[in-house]
Design a protein around this ligand. Structure first.
Ligand code: ATP
Ligand code: MG
Length: 571
């Protein structure tokens, strides 16, 4: 597992060095591209962005920044059957939210369709492309396999004139879908399947979200992608490892077209995370089958899901920096992502007390008409964040699980006859557990408090073994709290062997909704977009969709338990 930070102490902070930045540095040293560095982030608008894309975004925009170049946002929108405007809008929002700016350099491959056609015609004229009329099934047969060479299509030697004529008529809409395909004429016996006369243009009588019905032929990804890079003057075309086998084709197209700009393709390992699927096809399935509430469900690894959950852009950028950029595929422990936000919020998030599953406590010796305000520290990590007042009164709530009627040895929290500390308040002692006669469930505790322990310390120096959080019943804000766990029960749900049917590996406990939570009243005045630590419970964020001022809804971003720190200590 690759979760060691790949820091190079020799580097300035914020500019991690890796093989791609080294390659660019060499190119600059060799005087290539007139000293320019232009990268791009090229999503297909067929789904929402996920944390894997964030790695690519941080890498591409990060390199542009490091080398004082620029990074384009280009939609590789060549497959109208799977694309939607909703995806384009969400992608733009997510890249911006992550903190990156493409300035005026927003592009669409669909804006290049006419030029791609011209390039195709140029290849036909050069005898390097032909119209093939094999059916899809035949084409697959002719293609061969990894161990067997392919066979030349019987249409491979069509004359240039015939090819020009047929391609023109394909474009004019004279043929049905699948009747013909424009193919590059490369080598049907190549050991690389991508080089066996790959398709360049296909007939598809489908409306496109940007070009409408203007086109009935659409370029294939491999052809459109490289040519689009070249049109935009990209210097370094950075992509994930599965495109390594496509690089010869990328180079072939640009060489055959003799274009003036021939970007250098460099591949890096995609990000995989434990307990997470990252394929857009699978994420779409989760959404379509209603297994999650949408692309922005806080359990989704999408940028919009992480945002709704409460992750900050900086925590995601830090995570991407930590995992580094490598040439070999690996799976990163999702605990490292959680560690990144926990570490940030530990420093920045103000503390509050919130009781998730309330148990009523009545202080028998506290005057019924009395109320007081106690001082609480906003963030023990940062004294500069100051203190606040927390109201205290006769009737309080504590956490149900902080009381046991008949506690085992290791349980040090409240029990009949036992004394504990209420954080920032007093020592209390439980004198009686009141029960529901029918169910036997404890519904209320009767306790006494020691007025001499105000602030949480006993002047006689007597110790207690537990400190509990609490809220004053009459002052607390009612709210709903949602606790999240991994969406999948298996560490590698994307692995067909480990998880043949990935929907069957969904964690039924991935969402727990608590409807009767009580939070100390100061939360009402806190900024809506803030992140908070609810003491002993974790870090929380008001759900931007379902929360309202009458009834706040909080998402738990992460609990306080840092499994990543534990892994590191052991290692
Ligand atoms: P999927 O295969 O799930 O459909 P994709 O890779 O086709 O995803 P694109 O929209 O083409 O999705 O991705 C845009 C860019 O993001 C590409 O350059 C791609 O290499 C990169 N990318 C996608 N997934 C990851 C990942 N898990 N880690 C790093 N980069 C990624
Ligand atoms: Mg892709």
């Amino acid at each position: 597992m690759n979760h060691e930070p790949q820091d190079d102490p020799a580097q300035e902070p914020g500019t991690p060095s890796h093989f791609i930045s080294e390659a660019i540095r060499e190119d600059l040293k060799a005087g290539k591209n007139d000293g320019r560095v232009i990268t791009r982030f090229p999503p297909e608008p067929n789904g929402y962005l996920h944390i894997g894309h964030a790695k690519s975004i941080c890498l591409n925009f990060g390199l542009a920044e490091e080398f004082h170049g620029r990074c384009h946002l280009r939609f590789d929108d060549t497959n109208p059957a799977k694309e939607e405007v909703e995806y384009i809008d969400s992608i733009k929002e997510d890249v911006r939210w992550l903190g990156f700016d493409w300035g005026e350099h927003l592009y669409y491959a669909s804006d290049y369709f006419e030029r791609l056609c011209d390039y195709a015609v140029a290849l036909i004229r050069a005898g390097k492309a032909y119209v093939c009329s094999l059916t899809a099934v035949q084409m697959r047969e002719y293609r061969g396999t990894l161990t067997e060479p392919g066979k030349d299509s019987p249409y491979r030697d069509r004359s240039i004139e015939e090819n020009l004529d047929l391609f023109g008529r394909m474009k004019a809409g004279e043929f049905e879908d699948g009747a013909h395909v424009l193919r590059a004429k490369i080598d049907m016996s190549s050991g690389n399947l991508n080089m066996r006369d790959p398709a360049m243009f296909r007939i598809l009588k489908t409306q496109h979200h940007r070009t409408g019905n203007a086109w009935c032929i659409y370029p294939m990804y491999d052809f459109a992608h490289g040519v689009s890079d070249s049109i935009e003057g990209i210097t370094h075309s950075i992509c994930t490892l599965e495109f390594e086998d496509h690089r010869p084709l990328y180079d072939w197209f640009l060489d055959a077209l003799q274009v003036s700009c021939h970007p250098r393709q460099i591949e890096f390992a995609r990000l995989n995370l434990t307990y997470t699927v990252m394929s857009k096809r699978k994420l779409l399935k989760l959404v379509e089958e209603g297994r999650v509430s949408g692309w922005d469900d806080p359990r989704m690894p999408t940028i919009s899901g992480l945002r709704r959950r409460g992750y900050t852009p900086s925590s995601i950028r830090n995570f991407c920096e930590r995992i580094g950029v490598a040439k070999r595929n690996s799976t990163v422990d999702v605990a490292l992502l959680e560690h990144s936000i926990r570490e940030e919020l530990n420093r920045s998030a103000p503390r509050f007390m919130a009781v998730l599953q309330p148990l009523k406590v009545v202080l028998l010796n506290y005057p019924g008409d009395q109320e007081e305000e106690l001082d609480a520290v906003n963030n023990p990590e940062d004294p500069g964040m100051g203190t606040r007042k927390v109201p205290f009164s006769k009737v309080l709530y504590i956490e149900k699980e902080d009381f046991m009627e008949d506690p085992p040895k290791q349980f040090f929290r409240l029990a009949p006859g036992r004394e504990v500390r209420l954080r920032y308040a007093y020592y209390i002692t439980c004198v009686k557990a009141v029960k529901d006669e029918r169910t036997g469930e404890v519904t209320e505790l009767h306790c006494t408090y020691d007025p001499l322990t105000r602030g949480g310390d006993a002047p006689d120096g007597r110790k207690v073994k537990a400190t509990l959080h609490w809220v004053s019943a009459g002052h607390a804000v009612s709210s709903e709290i949602r606790l999240y766990d991994h969406l999948f029960t298996k560490p590698n749900p994307g692995d067909e062997k480990e998880c043949p049917d990935f929907s069957a590996c969904i964690n039924p406990g991935s969402l727990v909704v608590l409807k009767d939570c009580r939070i100390e009243p100061g939360i009402s005045a806190a900024p809506k977009d803030g992140r908070f630590q609810f003491e002993r419970q974790g870090y929380f964020y008001a759900d931007p969709v379902d929360s309202c001022s009458e009834r706040p809804v909080f998402n738990r971003i992460v609990s306080l338990k840092d499994t990543y720190a534990k892994v590191r200590k052991k290692g």
